[in-house]
Unconditional design. Sequence first.
Length: 144
Amino acid sequence: MNRPIEISTAAYGATLLRLSMGTMWIAHALLKLLVFTLPGTAQFFDSVGFPGFLAYPVFVAELIGGLMLVLGLYARQVALALLPVMLAATSVHLGNGWVFTSAGGGWEYPAFLCVASVVQWLLGDGAWALRRSEKFVPTPALAA
């Protein structure tokens, strides 16, 4: 039988994605806290057209969301819940060009993370998750 996904290894791929995204979110949060500082991040948010006070809930969402992904706590829902944060980051970097090393950072990295978040939502929690999300049951049209 020709399967579209290798069932025996798919859970490990979802786990690897979950762990790497969780680590990235934690790193993003700590960058805001330890390098740019939260007041500095708030100033940056103001400078790009977002209300500065949003820096604080974004920091909390990134840190807690990253920890939840690493631990495998409702990873599907967390990946989807963090998507608007990364979509906003993508919008901030759109005018900076393709390469993230461009002045101000490019848009490809946050855009990739948006796609990775959707993939995590589609794949599920993976192996070794502490609290699994509800299973995604494809419709017959999707299963074909």
